[in-house]
Design a binder for this molecule. Sequence first.
Ligand code: GLU
Length: 459
Amino acid sequence: MSIFKTVSKEEEDVQRHLDEVFSKIQTRDPHEKEFHQAVLTFFKSIKPTLVKNPTYLEHQILERLTEPERAITFRVPWVDDNGKVQINRGFRVQFNSAIGPYKGGLRFHPTVNMSIVKFLAFQQTFKNALTGQPIGGGKGGSDFDPKGKSDGEIMRFCQSFMTELVNYIGPHTDVPAGDIGVGAREIGYLFGQYKRLRGSFEAGVLTGKGIGYGGSLGRKEATGYGTVYFVQEMLKNEGHQLAGSKVVVSGSGNVSIYAMEKAIELGATVVACSDSDGYVYDEAGINLDTVKQLKEVECRRISDYVDSHPSATYVEDCTGLWSIPCDIALPCATQNEIDEAAAKQLVKNGVKVVAEGANMPSTPDAAEIFQEQDILFAPAMAVNAGGVAVSSLEMAQNSTFSSWSFQEVDEKLHEIMKNIYQSCIEAAEAHGEPGNFSVGATIAGFTKVADAMIAQGAV
Ligand code: GLU
């Protein structure tokens, strides 16, 4: 039985093709659950454009798009502070280079495996296309857990990781950046080792660098600010505004912190945020200086927030966060953090907007609930594209030996987010799904990549 709903003859043909390709993907790599999830969501969203443009099927575009151009795994040996050798696994998936060099972050987290890296690299391809910047899609990382490691251990791990990765990357080939567990400190160590091994200063090989050695002002803030700029556009279109709204943000890493900062700046009250152990609820509004001090400076847990804010509550259950009533929910932590039950709870409590700052934070069931209930729901591919967009601006500055002001970068980011919003709206409308941001974002990204692939032949 087909996994997709059918209507016309053309739709039936497309559906059969989608079913076949999906089944092959499942059979080939049966363990890659997250990758299957991303592909299935993608197939559902692009269906209307395949029905309209059957030529994509003739070019075997779906088979080609779902197979990475290259996927590398490698051993990462490093020595811990006790002199013991530790072994981790490193990954880099170079998914698609049709419109530019592979581009996408590195994630260091114990859950990282080939399925996770493939789903991230796959989605990155369309997200990057949507930014309007000339960047392909890639992603990498390791199952290394940075939690509790000393600075020296982090440095030695990064150096060993780069000693292998150096063979596959370059400013015109593949340009990694940060993601969960990889921030400015790690990028610094990775860049230092790359420079040493190559014997040349190639600033454009990594983005998210420190400002003193080729980093871009505004990169740190970009994903979070971009998320809120996107929400602003969604609200504006409905005649609403952010000021006065109640916001819940999951996570307390780079994306969350700067999403909270921009939301607060625009007059919203952020009442809760979290980490992987639990969440804090502060009815008066989360004090962002405290969160920044705890997370960016002292690397402590969010539970310590209540030490300096006794009126706030800490609850040791990070998914319980979604039962807090709010107008706007910004999942900015990790994949599949909003499941069906959490989505129902959010809807019951009257949520109006759900915008994905993290990559694939809503399970397919959760996403379906938001869409059925007419919640303004926007997928990561569009919402969190501001980070990689500013990474591309960092590459542009590096290649011209220039550095732009914070304001210049922020204005460009704002413009890019408005354009992404517009592309989503237009693509969704053109395909008979007005207001469906998942369909709009996916089709807009897909069209760009698929057309470039067709123009370049079977490579
Ligand atoms: N990891 C971020 C993302 O998911 C940023 C990637 C980049 O800047 O290359 O888009």
